[in-house]
Design a protein around this ligand. Sequence first.
Ligand code: SF4
Length: 209
Amino acid sequence: MPNQTTCQRCGECCMRGGPALHEPDLEFIRGGAIPLNCLYTIRPGERAYDNVNGGLFQVTSDIVKIKSRENSPACVFYDDAEKACRIYADRPLECRLQACWDNSALEEAYTGERLSRKVILENSQWLRELIDAHEDRCHFEFIHHYVEGREAGEPSATSELVKIVNYDAHFRDIAVNKGRVPADILDFLLGRPLSEIIHDQFGVKITRI
Ligand code: SF4
């Protein structure tokens, strides 16, 4: 993009997906501009796409991101008709730093001070305990272990993966039906369902029993 120094509002960056959140974005969650049901979490051990350097990397701590629309990578806050952000005044840090003609500010902020689920939920001990209970049984180190075991032909590896996928699904049901957790914040609270991630990231199809 020769000589470009300002945003042309083409919408391309918003159509590619929503940003990850950083600590300065906490005020937009607290203020209600970014509700929890518009977020999802990439959990430690999952693979994620590196928006700055390209390629996949293994995540070491939570990455909380704004969701994409169903059946489209576009950010849920992008308004096609207006070619505008519906939360422009409260848009996250990465969106403020985004400049397709110069990536340097975004690169600098990209890995720093990412918001975690527990920081966002600092006033809700109950939900933080739910995260811990879920990680105890569904941490990605177990998934990696059993996926590798499956590839190495270990006979029990597939059944162990099935157990974890079932546990994850039951945990979500109980959180909603008994714990009264709103179903639409589960992707934020517990990450995407394991059955989907194992299929998307490891090519293993396991259906809930
Ligand atoms: S929050 Fe707004 S500026 Fe950021 S990607 Fe979504 S639509 Fe674009």
